[in-house]
Design a protein around this ligand. Structure first.
Ligand code: ASP
Length: 436
């Protein structure tokens, strides 16, 4: 859409490189937000007045999640042999689990070095009410993947049941396409063409929506900085820094290392992935970013639809390395801040519970903060009304949006890195896109 020749007032807008525009929106938004932060009275009118423009961006992205996942995955599953699908599934699950566990290790490591919250001596207040989260059982989690009514799942946008149904549909379709009855084979091939066409159309829509991204980004970032900037720059600076250093180190060391191990250029990866990384940063939602993640993985990083259509929606739902780092650092912060630093054994427990919690985290803004409660409970730090733990937790909630931006961006980056590696090992990566 950007390529079309446009005349008139908005010429300059469409002619400027998209990433440059998005980054300009990001920087200007941050500057405006920080300035507004100095004038507390101006924040509410600004947030109310600009809400429409930020919400519009998020709604546009959400509009296409379900069709993108459904069409791409049916087309993808129909084009891959079931045995290979199984192999891809195992590889990506191993990657997702190991990188998440490693992410928490990195989070804990930096939290041990920087000790955020040490010396805070937080005492109880009634800031947070007692909250109970009961983790679902494994059987429940597995059963929920199978939809009782796929149309209901589509309507509600439940990604895992949609993945399950689309996989089943796509695999069945691949058998129909190869049927010995000519008429059946023909209708199977036709249906695959249609589904592929629908997926392409959706990617085109994503491209169009991204033209609006710079404006959406500007507004969303300004809102977050105006509301939370001063706190994160003040007392909670060290937590924010520790989380962000952990995130950056994870990207460079873990993803950079793994990609180079598989002879893929880390730089080219970042260049291809950046649109999705920035979108995740501002929307704070892996799910909302999914259409962008899928588009750039195919169009800029040369991954095949047969793999990404499966690994990326799955990753957006269960693979949350950024959240894992955040959970590790924040558990440590709350321990330090309430004068009960986590013991070695408690930290080991955190590695296990935070890995599980990150899998269970929904790809929506702020979901990680809810899972943090579960991680804290697993090490005996209960959030009861008026307790010191509740007060320390409330401090984290105060800056959660800022932490959420970084962690969501890394959540999405991890999905793309894993999908690239699996595509490479399956010899399905279009290497010409990594050479340019
Ligand atoms: N917002 C994150 C995501 O969508 C989840 C979280 O809150 O940690 O990936």
């Amino acid at each position: 859409m950007a390529e079309e020749k446009k005349q008139g007032a908005f010429d300059w807008y469409f002619k400027t490189n998209l990433l440059a525009r998005i980054l300009i929106g990001l920087v200007l938004g941050a500057i405006l937000g920080i300035i507004l932060g100095f004038f507390p009275d101006s924040i509410k009118p600004f947030v109310d007045g600009s809400k429409f423009f930020g919400d519009l961006f998020i709604r546009l992205l959400k509009m296409i999640i379900v069709p993108v996942v459904l069409f791409s995955l049916i087309a993808g599953a129909a084009s891959i042999a079931p045995a290979r699908l199984g192999r891809v599934g195992i590889k990506i699950m191993v990657y997702y689990l190991l990188t998440s566990a490693f992410a928490i290790f990195i989070g804990l490591l930096f939290a041990n070095i920087f000790q955020p919250g040490a010396g805070f001596n937080v005492v109880g207040d009634a800031a947070v009410k007692a909250t109970q989260v009961t983790p679902p059982t494994i059987a429940q989690i597995l059963l929920n993947i199978v939809p009782t009514n796929p149309f209901e799942s589509l309507m509600k946008g439940d990604v895992l049941p949609i993945i399950f149904f689309a996989l089943v549909f796509g695999i069945a379709l691949s058998y129909i396409k190869d049927s010995k009855q000519a008429a059946l084979a023909k209708s199977g091939a036709l249906l695959i063409d249609i589904v592929n066409g629908a997926a392409e159309t959706m990617y085109k829509v994503v491209g169009g929506i991204m033209q609006y991204a710079p404006i959406g980004v500007f507004v969303l970032i300004a809102q977050v900085f105006a509301q939370q900037g001063p706190k994160a720059i003040g007392t909670l600076l060290l937590v924010t820094l520790t989380v962000y250093i952990g995130l950056i180190v994870h990207v460079v060391v873990t993803y950079g290392g793994l990609l180079s191990f598989y002879k893929l250029s880390f730089w080219k990866f970042l260049k291809g992935a950046n649109e999705a990384m920035v979108t995740a940063f501002v929307t704070r939602s892996s799910s909302a970013t999914l259409p962008v993640t899928m588009r750039v993985s195919e169009e800029k990083l040369g991954m095949p639809r047969s793999i990404t259509s499966f690994t990326l929606p799955l990753g957006a739902t269960i693979n949350m390395d950024g959240t894992a780092i955040y959970l590790g650092v924040c558990a440590m912060f709350i321990g330090f801040a309430t004068n009960q630093p986590l013991t070695f054994n408690q930290q080991l427990t955190v590695i296990i519970t935070a890995t599980l919690a990150s899998i269970g985290t929904a790809g929506v803004p702020g979901a990680g903060a809810i899972m943090l409660i579960m991680v804290l409970e697993s090490i005996g730090l209960k959030i009861t009304e008026g307790s010191a733990v509740a007060a320390a937790y409330a401090m984290i909630l105060g800056i959660d949006a800022l932490l959420d931006m970084g962690r969501t961006s890394i959540n999405v980056t991890g999905d793309m890195a894993g999908s690239a590696i699996v595509s490479k090992t399956e010899k399905e990566l279009d290497m010409s896109m990594w050479k340019k």
